[in-house]
Design a protein around this ligand. Sequence first.
Ligand code: FCB
Length: 444
Amino acid sequence: MIDKQIKRFPDDFSFGVATSAYQIEGSSFGGCGRSHWDDFADQNGKTHQGQNGAIACEHYQRWAEDLDLVRAAGFDAYRFSFSWARLLPEQDSQVNPAGLDFYDALIDGMLERGLTPFATLYHWELPSRHGDAGGWTNRQTALRFADYTDIVIRHFGDRLATIAPVNEPWCVSWLSHYWGAHAPGLRDIAATAQAMHYIQLAHGLSVEVMRGHGQTNLGCVLNKEFACPADDSPETQRLTLLFDGIYNRWFEESIFKGRYPDDVLALLEAYLPQGYQQDMATISQPLDWVGVNYYTRSIITPDANEAHIGFACTQGDLPKTDMGWEIIPEGLGFFIKRLAQDYAPGLPIYITENGMAHADILEDGRINDAPRIAYFADHLGEIADLVAEGCPIKGYFAWSLLDNYEWAYGYAKRFGLVHIDYASQKRTPKASYLAWQNALQNRK
Ligand code: FCB
C-alpha cells in the first residue's frame, strides 16, 4: 500500500513526520510560560474533560527517544514547532534559558540523526499576556510576534532548513474567533475579521524580519478543506463559494496576490482594522515554498440561523475518520492544482500535514491501524499522480509522529504513527509506523 506508492516518487522527494510543541512537549516542564491554550482548557467545557497540554507526551524529557523513532522509520525530515510561551514565558525580552537549551538539543538531535528540520514559529501557544491583551484581535500581537521571530532566528536560524511563521491561519482566526472551537473561544464576527488580518500581518512581519537576517527557504502553512454544496441551487452554490473564500482563498490571495477576495471582503470589510490596505505589501512578500495541510471536506448547507454567513457545515456519506471527517483524497489534488495554477505557479509545494484519527486498540502489544495505512496510501497516490504530471510537489509530512493532545478533543483522538500510553508514556509503534518503515527502507 504505502510501499507501492512511495516507489512512484523521485529520489529527492522528502518524506517526514510532523508534530507541534504544545501537543507533545508538556507545558508544565522547563519554565514554559502559560499560553491561551492553558487558559482555554481551564474554562468549563471548552476541551474534552478539561484536558490541557501540561504533560502531553513528555516530549520535553523524551525527545531523543522520539527522534530515534523518526530516524528508525527512515524519514528524511521532521516538522516541529517552537513554543513562543516556552521561549518567552514572562516578558517579550526575557528569554527562558531552559527553553533555548531544549530547542538547541532538539535541533542538534535532528541534525545528528540526518533529519532535515522544518520549523514552524507559531503553532498556537500564544503567551497568556498577549491573549489577555486581545490576542490576535490586537495589532500589538503581530508586532510582538516579529520580535519573537527575531530572537528565534538569531539563535537557531543557521540550523533550520525551512521556516514557516504560522501554522494554519484559518484555525488561528476563523475557527478560534468565529466558531469558538479553539482558544480564545470567541464567537464574534468583528474579532474574527481583525484576527484574519492580524495573523496575516504577523506572517508578513515575521518574513520581513527573517529576510533581514538573510534567512532562506521561507514559506507558509495553510490548511485547506474541500467544499461541496449540499444541493445545486444557486444560493447553495454561492454559500459554498463563500465558505471556500473564507477557508481557502483569503490566506493565499493575500499572501500571493496582495489582496483579500471580494466575496469575503463583502462580509468582513466593515470589521477590518482601518487602513488595513496599507499592510497588504507586508503580507504579500515573496515566499520560497507553500505548505498545505489537508484532511477532509465540508458539505455546505444553507442555515438561516447563521446570521452573518448563512450556512452550516455538515458531513456526507463517505467513510469517516474518528474525528467524523470524511475521507476524500481528491480534495488534496484540487488544492495542489489550484495553488500551482492560480496562486503560486512554479513555487515548491509541501504537504505539511495529512493523516487520520483512528480509535486504535492496543492488543498483545500491537496496534493494527489498517485504515490509517489505507488513508496514507490513498493520499500518496493522489500526490504521486500530480508529481507525474509535473506539479512541483517536493515533500510530504504525515500527521503525526505520536498520539498527542488534539486541542479541544484532548487526548481522546489518536493521530500518531506511534501509540502513547498516557499513564506510562510508553511509545509503541503502530502497524502504520511499520508500513512507513518498510516503504521507506525499500524505497529505491
Ligand atoms: C491540524 C493542526 C494539527 C492537528 C491536526 C489534526 O489542523 O495543525 O495541530 O491538530 O489538525
